[in-house]
Design a protein around this ligand. Structure first.
Ligand code: AHR
Length: 492
């Protein structure tokens, strides 16, 4: 182990509240996420409640999911809500043209999504179809979901089994309009956005309206959208999408398993670019006159690797590398607690950097799931500034900080510390202020190798272990295992 790293935490200069929605999820109709992963239908042999798998629901419930984005992604621009309402035999089967032409039975639709979110206590984030839909279709959808009284659409909703309206908490008009959403020029999208945002209404409180922005490589796109003079009035924020590719190359992204240390390093050095992407994007927002409440939403992010031959679309294994990626990003988001109120990792089940993988009736929790579960106390906590000199982690001519650390005051006053050791092979020691405590409890997640993962044969190979750390001379000293994520709670 290297010399001890001294950490300073400033309890008296809080950065802001970490909105629970920073821990948001993304549920797109894609691969085996919705069908098989979440929804099996009432007649399935897999234990379910109203068609939703009981095992998957139980695991999701333990994550205190604050918000779910649905139904896409690229698929949102193909989705027609009327296909997915009514009695099971009335649903319109379609083909998922966005993702490999797989069958889309539409058994999971508006009622199933809003009921799932309601049961999980999650807010709802709806992405309307700007691509192949019309403003009338979107407007009817919002009325169907939120109307009360005699509205014919409210009556139709009631006839389909739901008396009370639901709430749409967040609304995006368009998705990746620079690409799969229509390859639009920014000024054209800005005009369309302004038109739709002006005319789309809900009964009750307006959702937070999110303008679909750029990815990390086309930041000017957002800049030009925001030049539209009505964006500050018609939008509450703009999104950015950023995926972590091990090789940085969309043509050959790299494998989920069996990768060399070069790709461990390139993955982590790529993922921490999130920090400058947020900074650059905030600078673009600040260069326009949009008001203080205009925020940045990272509504797609996470690991994207090459899938295995013949696997369902965007299905990938998830290793301790994914756990480290998740925690590095969450620590970055905490730093921007006052400006980034929501992020949505891509995606929830069986797709990209998933929380859960299923195979028929079986289910495993991924290392990323464990990070989200360990970090639950950070939802609603108050982020604190930290100061330290990280030891370096160097490999193959690249160097990144080995240690990433975030601190916060939990809702009950306890101090929370989340710390990552990104070093592939070396332990590091840190010394933290004890805040008057004699000891602290820690949960640590690590893996026996760089690609350690859970499998259906060995579902708990990567799971958190619990330990206590004692204070000596006012400091909590702890060893960070290589490739590890730890969350400490200092009771106050
Ligand atoms: O998350 C998978 C896809 O990535 C989404 O559908 C799209 O918005 C992005 O390109």
């Amino acid at each position: 182990a290297s010399a001890q790293t001294d950490i300073e935490i400033d309890r008296d200069a809080p950065i802001g509240t970490i909105q629970p929605e920073v821990y948001g999820q993304f549920l797109e109709h894609l691969g085996t996420q919705v069908y098989d992963g979440i929804w099996v239908g009432e007649d399935s042999d897999i234990p379910n409640t109203d068609g939703i798998r009981d095992d998957v629901y139980g695991a999701l419930d333990r994550l205190d999911i604050p918000v779910i984005r649905w139904p896409g992604g690229c698929y949102a621009d193909m989705y027609h809500w009327r296909d997915g309402i009514g009695a099971p035999e009335e649903r319109t089967p379609r083909v998922n043209m966005s993702w490999g032409g797989t069958p889309e039975p539409n058994g999971f639709g508006t009622h199933e999504f809003f009921n799932l979110a309601e049961k999980l206590g999650a807010k709802t984030y709806l992405n309307v179809n700007l691509g192949t839909g019309t403003i009338t279709e979107a407007s009817d959808w919002l009325e169907y979901i939120t109307a009360t009284g005699e509205s014919a659409l409210a009556q139709e909703r009631r006839a389909n089994g739901r008396d009370e309206p639901w709430t749409i908490d967040y609304l995006s008009i368009g998705n990746e309009t620079w690409g799969c959403g229509g390859n639009m020029r920014p000024a054209y999208y800005a005009d369309l956005y302004a038109q739709w945002a002006t005319l789309l209404k809900v009964e009750g409180e307006m959702p937070v309206r999110i303008i679909s922005g750029s990815h990390e490589g086309n930041m000017d796109y957002s800049d030009e959208i925001l030049d539209h003079p009505a964006m500050g009035d018609l939008g509450d924020g703009i999104s950015v999408h950023f995926y972590t590719l091990p090789t940085g190359d969309w043509g050959k992204k790299g494998d989920a398993l069996g990768f060399p240390e070069d790709e461990w390093m390139s993955t982590l050095s790529h993922t921490i670019k999130m920090d400058t992407i947020i900074e650059d994007k905030l600078a673009i927002i600040d260069s326009h006159d949009l008001g203080e409440d205009f925020h940045l939403y990272v509504d797609e992010w996470g690991m994207w690797v090459d899938g295995e031959e013949g696997a369902p679309a965007l299905n990938q294994q998830n290793t301790i590398r994914d756990a480290v990626v998740a925690a590095l990003n969450l620590n970055i988001f905490h730093k921007y607690a006052d400006r980034v109120p929501m992020t949505n990792i891509a995606q929830m089940v069986n797709v990209l950097q998933a929380m859960i993988l299923t195979d028929g009736p079986e289910m495993i929790l991924t290392p990323t799931y464990h990070v989200y579960e360990m970090y639950v106390p950070f939802q609603g906590a108050t982020a604190l500034p930290v100061d330290f000199d990280s030891p370096d982690y160097s490999h193959g001519g690249e160097t990144i900080p080995a240690v990433s650390l975030s601190a916060a005051i939990a809702e009950n006053g306890d101090i929370l510390i989340a710390v990552v050791n990104a070093d592939a092979s070396k332990a590091h020691e840190i010394a933290l202020p004890a805040f008057g405590a004699d000891s602290a409890s820690v949960r640590q997640l690590t893996g026996a190798s760089m690609d350690a993962h859970n499998s259906f044969d060995d579902p708990e190979a990567v799971s958190p272990v619990e330990m206590d750390v004692s204070a000596t001379r006012g400091k909590l000293r702890m060893t960070l295992e290589p490739r590890s994520v730890s969350v400490m709670r200092i009771a106050q």
